[in-house]
Design a protein around this ligand. Structure first.
Ligand code: FAD
Length: 374
């Protein structure tokens, strides 16, 4: 008989894990206190950009991001086929542009080490950049072209994953209210929710609760230092500026969506669990937009919103079992890259359910902060 699994949290990570576990015949129940995809996953720009996001070195995190990018096309094709929903994957490549000579050397250093990992990046001069993106500021001096980077529509991907989960008979409990307790006994793991009026028991548990993961520290007797970093983001909607590539600068990034929105993101600030936007946060993005894409000057914003990135103390996600029994797995803390990291995280979580993990995940072990404290 197939084992039962509870998944806590219905963002992109929880839904991806639910989908993968259901494909492997686990009996899956996903519990989401609020709306499925209603937090960080619904707010994201959807960039799949491991090269532009990882500026430092080819460490374990870079490898994880790269592995996930390589999985993305096939993974989303499968999701689109099953769900009959488009996820808006655009293989457009990216440009990382700079305005100061002093910024060129770090870009070239990055190009050198990333091309050792088949990034296929090229250095471009000002004229070449302006040919590719004529609406960029004439003040740019150089940039990098990264052909492998792409983007999806994160809310559409959430919707498609929900449909896939439904087709595979995942029980989705939305608007469940607060999770009151997680208890482990020999009989299994019991989750009590909605003021303890309801409870569900399963043999295994995957915790995918994003920026709320530290709430489980006492349940598991583990240090889980995940905290919310607010990201404010905005969109223009007009036909005046329509870049064909993802564009990154030192101050902001821009992503053109298929529905005609040009998204500009994103700020980073600490505001607890507050998801309101501020004049200061959005104002900074507007100034950056006018600076780097001058045709946006005096254009009215179409919309703005904010979400809470789940950041960890060391910047690495928490992916792995909490102890040797492997009954409880954590998959959280994906910070700026949770959309990118969904397929690989789901693969690892499902391999852990199968007790059959092929790759090393020790840098991401959820107990690493507890060990350090001992
Ligand atoms: C503005 C912005 C732009 C971003 N852009 C990108 C991007 O371009 N590319 C990229 O890869 N990433 C991006 N990210 C990051 C990405 O959105 C996150 O890393 C990702 O969504 C995390 O997914 P998650 O499922 O862990 O978290 P969430 O989507 O936040 O889901 C966690 C869920 O847990 C639920 N929950 C709350 N309390 C509990 C509880 N006690 N128990 C269980 N569940 C609970 C929440 O309601 C929520 O639905 C961006 C983030 C922001 C904010």
């Amino acid at each position: 008989m197939s084992q039962s699994v509870i998944i806590l949290g219905g963002g992109i990570i929880g839904l991806s894990c639910a989908y993968e576990a259901a494909k492997r015949n686990y009996k899956v129940t996903l519990i989401e206190p609020g709306r499925l995809g209603g937090q960080a996953s619904g707010a994201a720009a959807g960039m799949l950009a491991p090269y532009s996001e990882q500026l430092e070195q080819p460490d374990a995190f870079f490898q994880l991001c790269r592995q996930s990018l390589l999985m993305y096309e096939r993974w989303t094709q499968e999701i689109e086929q099953l769900s009959k929903h488009s996820v808006g994957l655009i293989n457009c490549g990216s440009l990382y542009v700079c305005k100061h000579e002093a910024d060129i050397q770090p870009l070239l250093t990055r190009l050198l080490w990333q091309n050792e990992w088949q990034a296929g990046m090229e250095q471009l001069e000002r004229e070449e950049l302006l040919q590719l993106e004529p609406q960029l500021s004439k003040d740019i001096v150089a940039g990098l072209y990264s052909p492998a980077e792409s983007h999806v529509d994160a809310p559409q991907l959430v919707r498609a994953l929900i449909a896939c989960c439904q087709m595979l008979r995942v029980r989705l409990i939305e608007q469940a209210g607060a999770i009151e307790a997680v208890e482990q006994t020999d009989a299994g793991i019991t989750v009590k929710y909605a003021a303890e009026l309801k409870s569900i028991r399963a043999e295994r548990l995957i915790v995918c609760s994003g920026a709320w993961t530290s709430l489980y520290e006492s349940s598991f007797n583990l240090a889980l230092p995940v905290h919310p970093i607010r990201g404010q983001i905005c969109a223009y909607k007009n036909n005046a500026v329509t870049p064909a590539h993802l564009i990154f600068s030192a101050h902001a990034y821009w992503v053109m969506k298929t529905d005609g929105r040009l998204i500009c993101g994103a700020s980073e600030d600490v505001a607890g669990y507050n998801t309101e936007t501020t004049e200061q946060g959005i104002g900074r993005l507007v100034r950056a937009s006018e600076n780097w894409l001058p045709a946006l000057k005096r254009q009215k914003l179409y919309s703005s919103w904010a979400g809470l990135r789940p950041a960890t103390k060391d910047g690495l996600p928490l992916i792995g079992p909490i102890d040797r029994t492997g009954r409880i797995i954590i998959a959280a803390g994906h910070y700026r890259n949770g959309i990118l990291l969904s397929p690989v995280t789901a693969l690892i979580a499902a391999d852990l359910l199968d007790n059959h993990l092929s790759s090393s995940i020790s840098p991401f072990h959820p107990a690493r902060f507890t060990r350090a404290a001992i």
